[in-house]
Design a protein around this ligand. Structure first.
Ligand code: PRX
Length: 680
């Protein structure tokens, strides 16, 4: 499956310098390790596990599983019988065993240039212990779910690791999601406590997060789920005497109106001041839940992807170490938000498990100007940098000048994640940002996979722009045709995985059946990614994008059903169909067709209302780019909307393919004539 020899043509290589110190320094070494990870997984992962602390050792095979629905329930168990604590491994082990207490864990860089904070491993351990004691004092116990709705501040990491320390299960909701989305996630996970902040700035824009959190709690109450504990961190509205972590002057915002309900709200600062900074970790079973993270589901209802302690720890630690070729003097920066899986695995868990020093950035790549990223790279001497294709495309629009204003000579490895990277963006990233010196690790993975599954290793894998190249250790990909047959050699079809790796999700929270149906029913014996994929003559994998009803907007998945249901909740809308239309920066934009109730017309104000409605229901990320009035939608005789046709209309492509099953073909012409943004 992996070629004997790495191809010599049409490929790019990293620098020779990188190879000298790399953990995996050649393609041959990658192949050797890959073979051992597949043939002797117990030995392979067992050796890695030796670096971690286990209160009790595991018994039996390291990975036990059933990946075939026809043979019974799907399950994956890693290190069965072992007990450990992930926060102990990330913090205490680094501070006490590895003597890294004074090492910087995070350089926090605020939205405003000049707002900064340095946190060492020792300080992080103390803060986590304090907050773990706070959670305990509020009655949070092992197994309880805690929702976290916070901006990109160090306290977000503290909150998640404090949960992990006491065996509570965190469910982080991205702070860009709406009150409605937060309410839905709180209720689905049956959380017993919410942690939030007063507010934050995104560029120039002030977000009053507490207001949204309160609205969510009210919605929960209205729906019969009264959650009556909310801990709020004062991030912007700090008082003068608050010197807990020296408040950077520029981010102060004493005027922020923070609603406060004394029956529910608790102050982060007063609680932590009163708490001890020692907290014995809860020793968890290897398969105890670590966190839930919601991701869009094709039915419209988000699914709570559940990851467990030991396997996720081993996998994020190993992928981080090898994919970014982590070295002790590195400064690593992942620009993602912790509210998404990339932030969970590659800001918090993977880097801290390795004792890495990271930048934690609150702001935007374009604020106060489009040089901000490169300014930060120089400021902290960032050596490993990980971002999304959408950010690269956005910055590319401004040319190379804003990049070249800064030296960037500390950079060694560049990474991308979230969607296929188009070759133009790849070349710009490689040549302009990395000056032809830094390999690009194009990492393909999902919320569900926990960590990278297809990815180059920077000193070992010759790169092809746009290809995520080869599987990571322990991962066995295959490409299937529609009948579920494995295709060999160059081919294109469904991307699936044939066996589990330690970091794969274990279930959909509260709905194991949904887990089996979504990922394992279509092709028994395989985990189905939902992505299409091509394998070329050299065995390289090229992920081509989603093949289900999902959209990838700026690297974030949304389901068409989710947006449609937000639209039809508006009283003016009878029916809605949403498709993706290619977008030069976001990857895909949302193009919505709405059938209005009798007698209504799509005025500008109604259009604005509909956009607002979707923002309120889901969040700003789902804001429709185009809304088109559709007096009729193209449907089959059995009433199924032909999205394929709608996608063509959105792009003004007249080659419709076979439309013989359309019930009424006249609607198609009408929709073409009334397209939004004709000529775009
Ligand atoms: O379609 C693939 C795309 O993002 C999806 C997973 O989205 P999510 O669970 O939100 O996680 C995003 C961050 C890991 C995948 O099914 N995707 C992610 N990375 C790549 C990618 N598509 C192509 N190339 C990638 N490197």
């Amino acid at each position: 499956m992996i070629p004997d020899k790495a191809p010599k043509e049409d490929v790019f290589h990293g620098s020779e310098d990188l190879k000298k110190e790399a953990h995996v320094s050649s393609f041959d070494r990658y192949k050797e390790l890959y073979a051992s990870s597949i043939e002797r997984p117990d030995e392979f992962w067992g050796d890695i596990a030796k670096d971690f602390f286990w209160k009790t050792k595991h018994t039996g095979p390291l990975l036990q599983y059933n990946f075939d629905v026809t043979k019974g329930e799907i399950f994956v168990k890693c290190m069965e019988g072992a007990t450990t604590n992930i926060s102990y491994n990330l913090l205490d082990r680094n501070v006490h065993e590895r003597k890294l207490g004074d090492r910087v864990a995070f350089y926090w860089e605020g939205n405003e240039p000049g707002d900064e904070l340095t946190v060492t491993y020792r300080e992080l351990l103390q803060s986590v212990c304090r907050f773990a004691n706070v959670l305990k004092s509020q009655g949070v116990k092992k197994g309880d779910r805690v929702s976290i709705y916070m901006p990109m501040v160090v306290e977000l990491v503290v909150a998640m690791l404090a949960c992990a320390r006491i065996g509570a299960v965190h469910s982080i909701v991205f702070a860009g999601f709406s009150a409605e989305s937060l309410c839905e996630r709180i209720m689905d996970s049956q959380c017993s406590l919410l942690i939030t902040a007063d507010g934050f700035y995104r560029g120039d824009k002030l977000i009053n997060l507490k207001l949204l959190a309160d609205e969510a709690l009210q919605k929960c109450r209205d729906k019969g789920f009264p959650l009556d504990k909310c801990i709020m961190l004062r991030h912007l509205s700090k008082e003068a005497e608050d010197t807990s972590q020296s408040p950077p002057a520029k981010r102060a915002c004493p005027d922020l109106q923070v609603p406060w309900n004394p029956d529910v709200d608790l102050c982060w600062l007063s609680l932590t001041r009163a708490a001890s900074d020692e907290c014995e970790p809860e020793w968890c079973e290897s398969e105890d839940p670590l966190f839930i993270l919601y991701t869009s589901g094709s039915t419209g209802k988000p699914k709570g992807v559940l990851h467990t302690v030991a396997g996720y720890m081993l996998y994020t630690a190993t992928t981080f170490k090898l994919v970014f070729d982590h070295q002790p003097d590195d400064v690593y920066w992942c620009t993602a938000d912790i509210g998404w899986i990339t932030g969970h695995s590659y800001i918090t868990y993977g880097p801290l498990a390795n004792g890495a020093t990271s930048v934690l950035f609150e702001g935007l790549p374009t604020y106060p100007d489009v040089s901000r990223m490169w300014e930060i790279v120089d400021k902290y001497h960032v050596s490993k940098f990980y971002t999304a294709p959408t950010a690269i495309r956005l910055l590319m629009k401004y040319g190379s000048e804003p990049v070249k204003k800064f030296k960037r000579d500390s950079l060694k490895v560049l990474g991308t994640v979230g969607e296929p990277i188009n070759p133009e963006a790849w070349h710009w990233y490689y040549n302009v940002v990395g000056e032809g010196r830094c390999p690009i690790v194009d990492t393909f993975w999902q919320t569900e996979t926990g960590g990278h599954v297809l990815t180059p290793l920077p000193a070992a894998t010759p790169m092809k722009p746009g290809s995520a190249t080869f599987p990571f250790f322990g991962v066995v990909p295959a490409i299937l045709n529609e009948s579920g047959e494995e295709l060999e050699g160059p081919s294109e079809g469904y991307l699936v995985f044939k066996q589990p790796w330690p970091g794969v999700m274990r279930t959909v929270f509260g709905n194991h059946q949904r887990f089996e149906t979504i990922y394992f029913k279509k092709f028994p014996g395989y985990y189905v990614t939902g992505d299409g994929c091509r394998r070329d003559k050299d065995g390289y994998y090229w992920v081509t994008g989603r093949i289900d009803d999902m959209l990838n907007v700026s690297g974030h998945l949304l389901s068409t059903a989710e947006v449609e249901s937000a639209l039809v909740e508006h009283e003016a809308v009878a029916e809605a169909a949403v498709v993706g239309r290619p977008h030069p920066v976001k990857g895909e934009s949302l193009y919505c067709f709405v059938t209005l109730n009798d007698g209504l017309t799509l005025s500008r104000s109604l259009e604005a209302e509909l956009k607002q409605q979707v923002r309120e229901k889901i969040g700003a990320i789902a804001t429709p780019d185009f809304i088109q009035n559709a007096p009729g939608l193209p449907k089959t005789r059995s009433g199924k909307i032909m999205r394929r046709v709608l996608r063509k209309i959105a792009c003004d492509e007249r080659e419709l393919g076979d439309v013989s099953t359309l019930a009424d073909s006249s609607v198609v012409e009408q929709l073409f004539q009334n397209r939004c943004g004709a000529g775009v």
